[in-house]
Design a protein around this ligand. Structure first.
Ligand code: G3I
Length: 304
């Protein structure tokens, strides 16, 4: 293929990007989006603070703009994220216990129902495990409602949109470590008990302090061996030139080597679109030109 999307499709994968609704009026941005990608993840627009700014008052305006653009251009959609400790509206931050649990269940139901039939994969729960060596759940208001909040979110999402793949998504789980081992144990338990889960998302935010792990492919494979899909969901790699390009190629090759790695999404289009305040972690420079990292990714998709 000659684009990320067509080359990935030839390998039975998708290639996606995070999209910000307020950039859909930027013709350079939209030109690259429409040419190169066939999956979009709303970068912020489907989060709790955006979709339910007041309790029970839902606002889908910005998210719907992205969904409409995707549908009009034959792209699929990764929903992000139904239940997360971060980017909660103020009213939810101030809830606890059964009131918060009920609000979370209602939120999952309402948002997943609004988008029923339109979402390829949902990040049902995002970033619920602690960093470091503890293997513990992350402390949060949601966690304090009871350890079963994650499976409740998944069962609720399945009921609301039975056609969407339901994913658990996290960062620093890209190699085998205490955090990914804890996620692995949870997913194993969910599969054993019939809690509906279809995929695990590996965010894959890499930098010099946290490079692509040497056991990245093996880690993807051990999750796939549990009988679900794996996806690379928020890929960005700090750096430049050949080193960055090689890292992108290695990530791409790892996904292609795992039959149940169904797609790769980068977390933005141009370096200037990145959530990272400075740096050059993406595939296109600020002018929209292809970087060495782009060419290496495309070549890897094409088996080069
Ligand atoms: O929209 C407001 C704007 O009105 C206001 O003037 C401005 C001033 O700060 O803030 C704007 O909101 C910002 C929003 O991005 C949109 O640009 C928030 O402050 C800012 O916190 C928010 O950052 C997002 C971040 O998640 C929040 O946690 C990033 O764009 C987004 O890329 C990032 O994405 C996360 C994934 O959801 C989960 N995994 C990690 C990833 C990177 O942090």
């Amino acid at each position: 293929g000659t684009t990320l999307a067509t080359s990935a499709a030839e390998k039975g994968r998708y290639f996606g990007t995070a999209v910000a609704a307020n950039k859909l009026s930027d013709s350079t941005y939209v030109g690259i989006l429409n040419r190169e990608f066939n999956m979009v993840t709303p970068e912020n627009e489907m989060k709790w603070d955006a979709t339910e700014p007041s309790q029970g008052q839902f606002n889908y305006t910005s998210a719907d703009r992205i969904v409409s653009h995707a549908q009009a251009n034959g792209m699929r959609i990764r929903g992000h994220a139904l239940a997360w400790h971060s980017q909660q509206p103020g009213w939810a931050q101030n809830l606890s216990g059964s009131a918060l649990r009920s609000a979370m269940v209602n939120h999952v139901t309402q948002v997943a129902t609004h988008y029923r039939g339109k979402i390829h994969s949902w990040d049902v729960v995002n970033e619920a495990f602690a960093d470091g060596g503890s293997g513990a759940r992350r402390d949060s208001n949601l966690q304090r409602t009871g350890n079963d909040w994650i499976e409740v979110a998944f069962r609720t999402a399945r009921t609301a949109d039975p056609g969407a793949k339901l994913c658990y998504n996290d960062y620093n789980t890209d190699g085998q470590n205490a955090k990914s081992n804890a996620v692995y144990a949870m997913v194993s338990d969910f599969k054993a008990r019939g809690v509906p889960i279809d995929c695990v998302g590996f965010q894959s935010h890499f930098n010099s302090a946290s490079p692509v792990p040497s056991d990245y492919q093996a880690n993807l494979q051990r999750f796939a061996n549990l009988g679900l899909d794996v996806q690379i969901t928020e890929l960005d790699i700090e750096g430049s030139g050949t080193a960055q390009a090689t890292s992108y190629a290695n990530v791409t090759k790892a996904c292609l080597a795992v039959s149940r790695c169904t797609g790769i999404s980068v977390w933005g289009i141009r370096d200037t679109d990145s959530w990272r305040a400075s740096g050059t972690p993406l595939l296109f420079d600020g002018n929209g030109n292809k970087k060495a990292a782009y060419t290496a990714t495309l070549d890897a998709l094409n088996g080069g």
